[in-house]
Write a protein that binds this ligand. Sequence first.
Ligand code: B16
Ligand code: MG
Length: 217
Amino acid sequence: MKTEQYPTFIFDLDGVITKTEAYHFEAWKETAAFLEYEISPADNEALKGVSRVDSLKKIVKWAGKEVSPQTFDRLLEEKNERYLGLLSSLSEEDIMEGVHQFMLEAKEKNHPIALYSSSKNAKLILTKLNIIHLFDVLVDGNDVTRSKPDPEGFELAANQSKTSPKDCVVFEDSTAGIEAANAIGMTTVGIGDIESLSIASRVCKNFKEISLNDFKL
Ligand code: B16
Ligand code: MG
């Protein structure tokens, strides 16, 4: 007898569940200014999904500077403090349109729900958004040694969900994340603009364009 199977949904956090990408950008601007570099929206696109450490390495390189390990650590710490400050009033109202409803319907139909975010602040953010209880599996920047575009975190999320990668559907706003999930045969749904996400299996502007019926195995 064939048992019915439900794809596991793996959500990215920043830029998919909530618009914290804008806060990362804001917080990095000051770091870049210290390095006498003006960070552009195109630069920010290249930082999406990339870990804090790897993001700073990129900014230092773009600025054409060298910094001591002590300064590097201080810049990381200060950026995170600014970012946490910007998150202080985050609440349920900051969940992107259609996401909460989609999750509730997916849970109702027994789809496992997982998170893979590069952020080390993911649990704090999901708690503020009051949706942490909806996740069966949580993988974040504290659980991996290699950040997106490496597939390590997606592999871990699939393993912990007891789902084969081919039966996972990933929602991502970053090229790095889509690349990572594609590399291990997951179905990818890009959330955002087609220009930067064309390597995804499908691209949507937001969750209002997505229905649970789109994902039958
Ligand atoms: P943190 P995601 C990523 O989250 C962001 O896209 C990226 O801009 C950020 O640098 C990274 O998390 C690390 O975040 O500094 O909070 O540890 O999109 O993978 O959910
Ligand atoms: Mg993201």
